[in-house]
Ligand binder design. Structure first.
Ligand SMILES: CC(C)(COP(=O)(O)OP(=O)(O)OC[C@H]1O[C@@H](n2cnc3c(N)ncnc32)[C@H](O)[C@@H]1OP(=O)(O)O)[C@@H](O)C(=O)NCCC(=O)NCCS
Length: 179
């Protein structure tokens, strides 16, 4: 089995929009992904297995903050660790670029995604009332701050997390750019 994670390209757009339409009630359009590929501040990453597209993650880096704007794994490949590997990849890549604060919004009923983010140390940072449509729903804002995690880890030595920490190791438009 040959799995790899790489940058999204225009050639991926058809496959990505197919997955997006399969898994979201309000999917991003092909043009939205296209804009992200062109956007200087955006990170757009996909994973594939034996050249089959499995999933993607998108986000914006503004200074030392990163907002995950979209993440999706094709339904047939969910619950196999691909979502976790994409989140781990993007966080590690951003930490290397000295980005230590991560943000996202998630539907309050989206337990799989919330659990996934929690395994990385994301915590709820507030609620945006009626943020989503189809169906209408609140968003939970989640935040991961590596500086505070590292401080806590120094106090609680030996506690294992999803990451092997090394010291070096928002714009969100309502309803449009949010997962
Ligand atoms: C959310 C999503 C990206 C997770 O990706 P995935 O590849 O299925 O998840 P993984 O197999 O990597 O699971 C990692 C962890 O996430 C959590 N998780 C994933 N699916 C779960 C489920 N159905 N129920 C509860 N927890 C779940 C678990 O903590 C899991 O760890 P574990 O396997 O040790 O229990 C995927 O379900 C998806 O694409 N959903 C539809 C789109 C979406 O909701 N995107 C997020 C928008 S904010």
């Amino acid at each position: 089995m040959n799995t790899r994670i790489r940058k999204m390209t225009f050639d991926d757009l058809a496959g990505i929009t197919e997955i997006e339409e399969e898994i979201f009630s309000v999917p991003w359009s092909k043009q939205m992904f296209e804009q992200e590929i062109k956007n200087h501040y955006a990170f757009v990453i996909i994973n594939e297995e034996n050249n089959d597209l499995i999933g993607y993650v998108c986000g914006w880096k503004i200074l030392d903050e990163f907002t995950i704007t979209n993440i999706g794994i094709a339904r047939a490949f969910q619950k196999k660790g691909y979502g976790r590997s994409l989140v781990r990849f993007i966080i590690n890549a951003l930490i290397k670029e000295k980005c230590f604060k991560f943000f996202l919004e998630v539907r309050s009923s989206n337990i799989p995604a919330i659990r996934l983010y929690e395994t990385f140390g994301f915590k709820s940072a507030g609620i945006r009332k009626n943020y989503y449509q189809h169906p209408p729903e609140d968003a939970i804002m989640m935040k991961l701050d590596f500086f505070s995690l590292l401080k806590k880890d120094n106090k609680k030595k030996g506690q294992e997390r999803c990451f092997h920490h090394t010291p070096v190791d928002n714009k969100v438009i309502k309803g449009k750019y949010s997962c």
